[in-house]
Design a protein around this ligand. Structure first.
Ligand code: ZN
Length: 357
């Protein structure tokens, strides 16, 4: 039960519904795009029923200069231009709508990159996989999602102890100049950039998949500790990062911590890893925490192998609360549509407890 008296802000924008690709491609097979609007709508339904919350509509947008510091200006321009180009294509051929452009040619990064980005098929210059197609509403949706994270960070700066940003599309796979894994703009990184005004801080990523984008954005930043608990990348997406020996760049050695976990991970193993993560976070002496909250770690998730129960999410929240840090929750993955709302509510209950395990 929540004990804190002040209502907890839940930030939500309906603009996420503007992004709704129908298909994803895996091993040559088309299947339903897993990252769809019902994910957030169901979570919203659950959180609205909690006591002592306040629904916060969008009232701020993330400044362009911030977007262009977290991400490359070329990537930001690409997202805007592609959404506009798709809108114009749909206007010319209404029968094609909704149309989404998928990258299908991936030029190897080189000094040719900027030249290639002006080609008629630039998508692969800015994507590391095929899971982030661009439609006419994609830019507006990702900008709204990033803006919620930005606004949520502002609430912490104004003194809130806990806030929950219902970001969609998610963000933790998006790096400085690459989209992928359903992610376009790195919402957690954008929030962290604002929170750095309070001093050093930490991002704890509890999504099932490694937060490769978040790791890379702060790789050389010794003011932001990035910690990720995730499935072993030797077996799971994103495969090419998330290993335990990735500890930060030359300018920030020790400021990245990866805790890969085995397939089938249960509550007990997971909560032990959370304990280790929080010990490392305490040692860093942060002033704030961004929690990249994915629920694809739960037993009901159709896409993953972990076996977490609802209790685990409340315990995660309680353990985090004991740090005393102000926490911004940024919504990431989770594809058990009917379950995720209840899990988010349990996490929030834990975060609003008085601590204690
Ligand atoms: Zn995930």
């Amino acid at each position: 039960m929540p004990i804190t008296s002040k209502p907890t802000p839940i930030l939500y924008s309906p603009d996420h519904c503007l992004h709704d690709p129908r298909y994803e491609l895996e091993n040559g097979m088309l299947s339903r795009y897993q990252e769809h609007p019902a994910r957030i709508e169901k979570v919203l339904m659950h959180l609205k029923q909690l006591e002592n919350i306040t629904l916060v509509p969008p009232s701020e947008t993330v400044p362009l200069e911030i977007l262009e510091s977290v991400h490359s200006p070329d990537l930001i321009q690409h997202l805007q231009k592609e959404s506009q180009a798709v809108a114009e294509q749909e206007a010319r051929n209404p029968d094609l709508a909704p149309l989404y452009r998928y990258p299908y040619i991936f030029p190897i990064r080189s000094e040719m990159h900027s030249y290639l980005s002006t080609s008629p098929e630039p998508d692969g210059c800015f994507a590391f996989d095929t899971y982030a197609p661009i439609g006419s509403g994609t830019w507006r949706a990702v900008f709204a999602s990033a803006s919620l994270a930005w606004q949520g960070a502002g609430l912490l700066i104004a003194g809130e102890q806990v806030a929950y940003a219902l970001c969609r599309p998610p963000g933790h796979h998006a790096s400085y100049d690459s989209i992928g894994g359903y992610c376009y703009l790195n919402n957690a990184a954008i929030a962290a950039t604002r929170l750095k005004n309070l001093g050093p801080g930490a991002i704890l990523d509890i999504d099932y998949h490694h937060g490769n984008g978040t790791q890379s954005i702060f790789w050389q930043d010794n003011q932001v500790l990035t910690v990720s608990l995730h499935a072993d990348p030797a077996q799971e997406y994103p495969f090419f990062s998330g290993y335990a020996d990735e500890s930060g760049g030359e300018m920030a050695i020790g400021s990245n911590i990866n805790l890969p976990l085995p397939a089938g991970c249960d509550d007990s193993t997971y909560l032990q890893a959370v304990k280790v993560a929080l010990q490392r976070i305490r040692t860093f002496r942060p002033r704030w925490l961004v929690l990249s909250a994915g629920y694809d770690t739960c037993a009901a998730d159709p896409t993953t192998s972990f076996m977490l129960s609802g209790d685990a999410y409340e315990q995660i929240g309680r353990k985090i609360t004991k740090t005393g840090l102000p926490v911004l929750v940024v919504h990431e993955g989770g594809y058990a549509i009917e379950e995720n709302g209840g899990l988010a509510a349990r996490l929030l209950d834990g975060l609003r407890s008085k601590g204690g395990e």
